[in-house]
Ligand binder design. Structure first.
Ligand code: NAI
Ligand code: MG
Length: 334
């Protein structure tokens, strides 16, 4: 039995985590959840955004499944997501986007894995607000060690999974210092993994190429903010934020969570698509070695996605979150 920290989160978080835990229970996956929350919900209850009990649980279990957490804008709150990623050096944010049978999009044959640096860049928190002079600075800190870690992780993943190519998305023509650090790190990793092709693309051109011909890309590696933006773009290529998974991975801890946020516009209405969190949970199962369980649930999910009537509204269906989860449960073992 694997003991795993479960963070339901805010907004649609509790609805989609319930869908996942129901599916896991029905599939008899050998995990035991240790529920510890953070965010708006705990803040309203106890005044704590990031309770110590959650940190203790994470440090003990080393693996977590996490729902989205609301970061209030303009109130001086530091994002819980960013805090967790930095505190535990979860330097890889791995976000796969793949065309799925049954999910109708404008594209075919998209199969991308984005490696987003997860602890530095414009998320480093190095901000200066010079109120007197009306100047706001945000420093994009990239370290040689951090750049090497993320670039090496992307190449190692590509080599391990038989992927053909790694593309570095950068803006070294303008952001010369962090750009050069990334180029050097990626070129060094490319030399270490000669079996994987390597190319460089400037970020704005990368966006155009991605929406024009996404099937030309394979593994993408980039800095934190570019990765945040590119991953939503990639989600849009394969069916939207309701269907793409994510993982925050460090050398000794991993937190699995969807790419999307707490979706306040649909929270509490049973409209949220649990696929993104479920797929994140399946990445988690692979991470802890429960491959067979992951494959079994993935098959049930893929079968369900082909029956539009059983899907949620974002996929053109009319099922609620819990009806969709039940349809996946009904397809287990088929
Ligand atoms: P969002 O990802 O929550 O929503 C964007 C759009 O996608 C909305 O129209 C929403 O309804 C839709 N959507 C998202 N997930 C969906 C799902 N599972 N099923 C169906 N539709 C879905 O982004 P937004 O509105 O910019 O951010 C809302 C809050 O979430 C903010 O407070 C933000 O800071 C937080 N956030 C948290 C993240 C995390 O915890 N990792 C990541 C991204 C945002
Ligand atoms: Mg984002």
């Amino acid at each position: 039995m694997h003991l795993i920290t479960l963070i339901p989160g805010d907004g649609i978080g509790p609805e989609i985590t319930k869908a996942v835990t129901d599916i896991f229970a029905a599939a008899q996956v050998p995990v035991q959840w240790e529920e510890q929350n953070a965010g708006q919900t705990t803040f309203d209850q106890s005044g704590e955004l990031l309770p110590q009990a959650l940190l203790t649980s994470l440090e003990k279990n080393k693996v977590a499944l996490k729902g989205p957490i609301t970061t209030p804008v303009g109130k001086g709150f530091r994002s819980i997501n960013v805090t967790l990623r930095q505190k535990y050096n979860l330097y890889q944010n791995v976000r796969p986007s793949k065309t799925t049978a049954g999910i109708k999009t404008r594209y075919e044959g998209v199969d991308l894995v984005l490696f987003r640096e997860n602890t530095e860049g414009l998320y480093a928190g190095l901000e200066i607000w010079d109120e007197q002079n009306g100047i706001g600075d945000s420093i994009a800190r990239v370290t040689v060690a951090g750049a090497r870690n993320i670039c090496r992780a992307a190449f190692a993943y590509a080599a391990k999974h038989g992927r053909k190519k790694v593309t570095l998305a950068h803006k070294a023509n303008i952001l010369k210092v962090p750009g050069k650090i990334m180029l050097d790190a990626a070129q060094e990793a490319a030399r270490e993994f000669p079996q994987v092709q390597y190319e460089e693309k400037i970020i704005d051109n990368m966006c155009m190429q991605l929406v024009g011909k996404p099937e030309q890309f394979d593994v993408i590696v980039t800095t934190n903010l570019f990765g945040d933006i590119l991953s939503d773009l990639c989600a849009g290529l394969v069916g939207g934020l309701g269907v793409v998974a994510g993982a925050n991975i460090g050398d000794d801890m991993a937190i699995f969570e969807a790419v999307h946020g707490s979706a306040p516009d649909i929270a509490g209405q049973g409209k949220a698509n649990p696929t993104a969190l479920l797929r994140s949970a399946l990445m988690m199962l692979h991470h802890i070695g429960e491959h067979e369980q992951a494959v079994k649930i993935e098959k049930a999910l893929e079968l369900t996605l082909q029956d539009k009537a059983k899907c949620t509204g974002d996929l053109g269906g009319s099922a609620s979150t819990s009806e969709f989860a039940q349809a996946i449960i009904n397809n287990l073992g088929k």
